[in-house]
Write a protein that binds this ligand. Structure first.
Ligand SMILES: *Cc1c(COP(=O)(O)O)cnc(C)c1O
Length: 840
């Protein structure tokens, strides 16, 4: 790597020198390359020549991308080394964010932005005859997450670095991230995402800091100087090798760490089998061990993967806990652990960390149970991300006991003591005991991870006001009553660095020209745009930025997928994971209704031309979701091929929706579709990204939509559909979708058109299961909200015709949604849950 000529600041006296250092350059991390164009060119060429081993004239785009990444990385490196040492040296409290997913998106642009090097790099490369855009496009994004939950974790660590909060993000370095989606004849086909094929310039392996993680075996009791103790005698183990990624704050010199664990077979294990002469067995064992970090599990996947998934969960949290304890050192007084670390559990995936910490404290560090439990209860906090009962994770006692026998014993004891307390409070109320037990008895004995997290966590939070209220009142009411004050809310947020400043340079310029650039780290500043909604000049600039973003998207779609976007169309966007509760079908029915109207309706109808853009992956085992993808593509093809629809309706479905695509789609959108059944979407974060980029929302009163509408005002939001109490009422009364079908002529026509085979070459069988599902078996009540949705969409058409008023509303959406910065979410976590002061 670029060896640094310490040109800029010298050794920092505040940082203690490594013991034994004598050379002046060893007194502090070496400061990286010069931050001017000549210096940048020099470092870039050094990296190209000495790290990639090629001359500029012979270099490939990949070589150049790596050399550029190294140059940016070197610049961050000095600060990174310093921050790691400082966090340990100071008595700072560290936020250890435990998440099975991080949907990071591309790193290059983000790191250029954070370092303030974007302009210098662009110019430096131009002087080398290179267009930086070509190098940006060469980066494969690390897709180490499924959707919102993983992207939230990525936004949070960005905010923590920007706010100077000491933080380590812990997760798994999946060798294959979320699959790459392609369409064949309109149907989803999954390809492996081999994001590491060419290597990644952003990760640093640290095999010397590997942890040994055990599984299986049995437990035994033994006499420890008169005290009876338990110990775990594991059956097998693997190495967890950490890979560090830099998480730079925005232009503040802070670099935090994302530490992702990779599984590697232990050599001892291999050797034993090798020496016995069984080469094939040794290779098989190695493959078995290394499978742990091989693939990211798509949600709703098949049970075959379950055992591996529990292995993954334990693997990464055990490694992370031991890593943190190693950082604190062997002499650290563990009763002070809650002063130095808070483990934030991102959903139930990392909850097995609770019995692991107990095991370390009781079995390994020999604390007595009560002291260990008191420490543990202060070190964890739990974020719940769902309301769907089937998404609340449980592990069968059989599996957990086989894989982690000591942990099962610990969970049993936690449960016994907890149920004793319940008995003390309420008497021997069997129903209550059954409803609060960590162990479910039916349909099989299983551990309820959400209950374990709730009992162990110092705090439990939902992710939007409505969600937190439903958590307290409907999902975990017995725990809310038992633990007054434990439940709280932190509404999700998104990072304005990536999702406005980086994704939307056109709008960013318009904003910064008007109010300066303070908004990038203080998004409430956007409020100052409010009066400018009435300024014709500002509206024109704002509308021009939107138009430019549509042209940019058109260019990206042409190059990526051979698709084209008409800049004069209203761009109506629904991008998110495909799930029945998110109700992509409602959008399909609207499109089919408009198509039907176009063919048979009033010829004088002058609705604005619309392009519908979808982006959505379906979990590979989720058949209904895959059928819906097929239907969207089929409807799209029929409409796009029909000359009667030309210039009026178009449907685009670029495959493989990911963060990179989100960054060009969202800034171009006019209308944001957030149409989940009320009471099902915990928060949503896509909804926030759209509002912040000047799209108007059509949405139900669900998740964070509720807060968006309250902030932007009813007149700048298209609300439709049942409220959560209305949904409950209809469900209790009995939902009969056929009644809605019979009563609404438009709905009947739309469903009949799909059922007739009009979108499947006359074959009625292809989409029959989708139609039947809506008519006879739909938990998400699509048909009940259809009429209200169509009415709201007609109001959208009317509103869009007054382009000045529309732009005014769009500006007010931007001006009033600064609340949804993930910086604000982090402040809420700090105030309500973590109590970590920022670094001085
Ligand atoms: C923001 C984001 C999501 C979450 O979208 P929702 O509409 O909140 O479900 C999913 N995937 C990607 C790539 C995102 O950027």
């Amino acid at each position: 790597m670029s060896d640094a000529s310490a040109s800029t600041p010298g050794p920092d006296a505040a940082v203690p020198a490594p013991a034994g250092a004598t050379h002046p350059l060893a007194l502090a991390p070496v400061i990286g390359p010069a931050s001017d164009i000549d210096g940048f060119v020099r470092e870039f060429l050094l990296n190209l020549n000495f790290d990639r081993g090629v001359a500029l004239s012979a270099s490939s785009v990949t070589d150049r991308y790596f050399a550029l990444a190294y140059t940016v990385r070197d610049y961050l490196m000095a600060r990174w080394l310093e921050d790691v040492r400082r966090a340990i040296a100071d008595d700072a409290k560290v936020v250890a964010y435990l998440s099975a997913e991080y949907l990071l998106g591309r790193q290059l642009d983000n790191n250029l932005l954070a370092t303030g090097l974007a302009d210098i790099a662009t110019e430096a490369l131009a002087q080398c005859g290179i267009d930086i855009a070509d190098l940006r496009a060469a980066e494969v994004e690390p897709g180490l997450g499924n959707g919102g939950l993983g992207r939230l974790a990525a936004c949070f660590i960005d905010s923590l670095a920007t706010m100077r909060v000491p933080n380590v993000g812990y997760g798994i370095r999946y060798e294959y991230g979320i699959f790459r989606q392609t369409f064949v004849d309109g149907q989803q086909v999954e390809q492996p995402d081999s994001w590491l094929e060419l290597g990644s310039p952003w990760e640093f392996p640290h095999p010397e800091a590997a942890q040994t993680i055990s599984f299986g075996g049995h437990t035994e009791k033994y006499d420890d100087d008169g005290v009876e103790r338990s110990r775990w005698v594991p059956g097998w183990n693997v190495q967890a090798v950490p890979y560090n990624l830099m998480v730079p704050g925005y232009e503040n010199g802070v670099v935090n760490t994302l530490r992702l664990w990779s599984a590697k077979a232990t050599t001892a294990f291999d050797l034993r089998i090798f020496n016995s002469g069984d080469y094939e067995e040794a290779v098989r064992a190695q493959t078995y061990a290394e499978n742990i970090s091989k693939v990211l599990y798509p949600e709703d996947s098949t049970p075959q993967g379950k055992e591996l998934r529990l292995q993954q969960q334990y693997f990464f949290v055990a490694a992370s806990i031991h890593d943190l304890l190693d950082l604190l050192g062997p002499a650290f007084d563990l009763t002070r652990l809650p002063e130095r670390v808070i483990f934030q559990l991102n959903d139930t995936h990392p909850v097995i960390a609770v019995p692991e910490l107990m095991r370390v404290l009781v079995d390994e560090r020999k604390l007595d149970w009560d002291a260990a439990w008191e420490i543990t209860q202060k070190c964890f906090a739990y974020t719940c991300h769902t309301l769907l009962p089937e998404a609340l994770e449980v592990w069968s006692v059989e599996l957990l006991g086989r894989l982690l026998p000591r942990h099962l014993e610990i969970i049993y004891r936690i449960n016994e003591e907890f149920l004793d307390e319940v008995r003390e409070r309420y008497g021997h109320d069997l129903i209550r005991l059954r409803d609060m037990s960590i162990i479910a008895e039916f349909p099989e004995r299983a551990v309820r991870m959400a209950y374990l997290a709730t009992i162990a966590g110092a705090k439990v939070n939902g992710v939007a006001e409505l969600h937190s209220q439903l958590l307290r009142d409907k999902v975990l009411p017995q725990f809310n009553e038992f633990f007054p004050g434990k439940f709280t809310n932190v509404t999700n947020g998104v990072t304005p660095r990536r999702f406005v400043r980086q994704a939307n340079p056109a709008l960013s310029r318009v904003i910064t020209d008007a109010i300066g650039d303070g908004w990038i780290t203080d998004l409430d500043e956007l409020r100052r745009l409010e009066p400018l909604a009435d300024d014709a000049g500002f509206r024109a600039a704002f509308a021009q930025a939107k138009a430019a973003n549509k042209r940019r998207l058109d260019g990206v779609l042409r190059a990526r997928d051979g698709l084209a976007l008409d800049e004069d169309h209203m761009l109506d966007v629904m991008v998110k994971r495909l799930h029945e509760y998110k109700r992509q079908m409602l959008k399909v029915l609207h499109i089919v209704t408009l198509y039907d109207r176009l063919l048979w309706g009033d010829p004088a109808d002058d609705a604005p031309a619309r392009t519908f853009l979808f982006g959505a992956k379906a979990a590979p085992g989720y058949t209904m979701a895959k059928r819906i993808i097929h239907l969207i593509n089929a409807v799209g093809k029929t409409i796009n091929d029909d000359p009667r629809a030309r210039g009026k309706l178009a449907v685009l479905f670029p495959p493989n929706y990911n963060v990179t695509l989100a960054e060009t789609v969202i800034p171009a959108a006019d209308l944001s579709e957030q149409v989940s059944l009320a009471g099902k979407e915990a928060s949503g974060t896509g909804n926030m990204k759209f509002a912040l980029n000047g799209a108007l929302t059509i949405g139900t009163d669900d998740g964070a939509n509720v807060e968006i509408r309250q902030l932007v005002g009813d007149e700048n939001f298209f609300l439709f559909g049942m409220s959560e109490p209305e949904v409950e009422e209809l469900w209790a009364k009995g939902y009969h979708p056929t009644a809605f079908y019979q009563a609404d002529e438009n709905l009947k026509r739309a469903l009949d058109l799909i059922a007739s085979g009009a979108f499947s070459g006359g074959d009625r069988s292809v989409f029959e299961p989708v139609v039947s599902n809506l008519l006879y078996d739909d938990r998400f009540m699509v048909l009940a909200d259809y009429a209200s949705y169509i009415q709201a969409q007609d109001a959208v058409d009317v509103a869009y015709r007054d382009s000045d008023a529309w732009t005014r509303s769009a500006i007010l959406n931007v001006a009033r949604t600064g609340f949804f910065s993930s910086d604000r979410s982090m402040r809420d976590y700090i105030d309500r849950i973590w109590h970590t002061p920022p670094l001085a």
